[in-house]
Design a protein. Structure first.
Length: 442
């Protein structure tokens, strides 16, 4: 992959009549190893090389992916895309892409070449995580180790050019002390320096042991401490809701709330596309605009939506550097850390819950923010700051705005989280939310 290939593709699209063209080329190597019941089960590796191509013609938009790079294949792909695009209906709200050229600053800590050469160390990481979980009281553990290295190039018809290398490593482990007692933890990083699978396995094992002998939880309203892992699920949704596309499409509980209070003063939520050592950090967005730090919620006040060039022009603001190929999207969600130590946070709770994982988070109404989600793995009753019982069979049925407005405390220590239902990296702490509504799981 190189600039010459992308320039040839962009040039040919312009020759065929395209007004705007964006070509993003990616060359990536990825590895994955799964383990089941303390043993390595399967291993896979893959190599992928592709170009994502965006074109517009008279405000008609088309997108395709090119995987074959002979001159004939490129010609067929580009020609077919332009013929298809010309038959589309115009998008009257499309206002073009950003005009380059741009100057870029390197984002620190997003590439570690050692990740592409793990080989035996990958097995050592897995075994270290499993053994740490067993040492803490788990009987068995299952999960996955994934890692990748990639290089990405961008060329646009508006004189933007960028190239960047990145890497990532992810470890997920679910430890079980028995069939009803489990703990799930993840760790992820762009570098090996900040990757700790043994520590992650130990934490999962401790939660599993603590979760032994669960009893059915009772319905009602509880003060809830969310571990960073489940909170990341909710903050991912909150940041997705800040996209101007989600707002305009009716999929956002933040619609119509610019300048208004949408969370407590303890909540400052930032989209930071340049955060060092973060998995989705990059020097530019899909239009070539340099990424930046956007304060979305500032001490509870909604300050901005996330924009590309078109949505920014419709709102009379500048792009926030969040362009995807078709719509604005967040980079990384960062909850500003608070002043509480972990023990201090638990001491604030006279009677409440500690939740270590969530799944199946679903909305009944996107615009109002009504949702439900199911706690899983370790769920614990807190009494006078102490964990006293392991619980099961509960559901959270509440409202995103109400929960954000009821955040009363945020801890100092933060983690980077990705995982199932956490599609963008989220940097978050433990958080205490008052009066969360708990219902039966069925």
């Amino acid at each position: 992959m190189d600039f010459a290939l992308l320039e040839r593709i962009v040039g040919r699209a312009e020759e065929l009549g395209a007004d705007d063209v964006v070509a993003i080329g990616e060359e990536a190597r990825a590895w994955q190893t799964k383990f089941v019941n303390n043993r390595i089960a399967t291993g896979m590796s893959g190599y992928d090389k592709e170009v994502s191509l965006f074109v517009s013609k008279d405000r008609k938009i088309g997108v395709t992916t090119i995987k074959e790079f002979s001159r004939r294949s490129i010609e067929e792909s580009v020609s077919k895309l332009l013929r298809f695009t010309k038959k589309m209906q115009p998008n009257e709200e499309y206002y073009g892409i950003a005009q380059g050229p741009f100057k870029y600053k390197v984002v620190k800590g997003i590439y570690d070449g050692r990740i592409g050469k793990l080989e035996q160390r990958a097995t050592d990481f897995i075994e270290g995580g499993i053994n740490a979980a067993l040492a803490e009281g788990a009987k068995r553990a299952s999960g996955v180790l994934k890692y990748n290295v990639k290089e990405e190039f961008l060329v646009t018809s508006s004189d933007a050019r960028s190239s960047e290398r990145s890497s990532g490593v992810y470890f997920s482990i679910r430890a079980l002390a028995d069939k009803d007692a489990s703990g799930h933890k993840v760790c992820c990083s762009t570098t090996l320096r900040n990757f700790f699978p043994e520590r992650t396995g130990a934490r999962a094992g401790r939660i599993a042991k603590m979760a032994l002998n669960p009893v059915k939880g009772s319905i009602g309203r509880y003060d809830v401490i969310f571990d960073p892992y489940p909170l990341a699920n909710l903050l991912n949704i909150a940041m997705d809701s800040a996209s101007a596309f989600a707002v305009e499409a009716g999929f956002s509980f933040l619609r119509g709330k610019l300048g208004r209070k949408v969370a407590s003063s303890a909540v400052t939520l930032v989209d930071d596309g340049r955060l060092p050592h973060c998995l989705s950090s990059s020097k530019c967005d899909s239009e070539g605009v340099p990424t930046r730090r956007n304060v979305v919620i500032d001490r509870g006040i909604l300050k901005t939506y996330l924009h590309n060039t078109s949505t920014a022009k419709r709102y009379g603001v500048e792009t926030t550097g969040n362009a995807g190929l078709l719509s604005p999207k967040p980079c990384n969600a960062v909850l500003s850390k608070g002043d509480y130590g972990e023990k201090e946070l638990f001491d604030e709770v006279k009677r409440g819950l500690y939740i270590t994982n969530l799944w199946y988070t679903r909305f009944q109404n996107y615009e109002t923010g009504d949702f439900s989600t199911i706690p899983r793995d370790g769920i614990f009753l807190i009494e006078k700051g102490e964990l006293t019982k392991s619980l099961k069979e509960i559901r959270l049925s509440d409202n995103m705005l109400r929960m954000l407005l009821n955040v009363v405390a945020v801890s100092k220590k933060q983690e980077q989280i990705i995982g199932w239902e956490v599609e963008i990296p989220v940097i978050t702490s433990h958080v205490l939310v008052k009066g969360v509504r708990v219902t039966k799981s069925t």
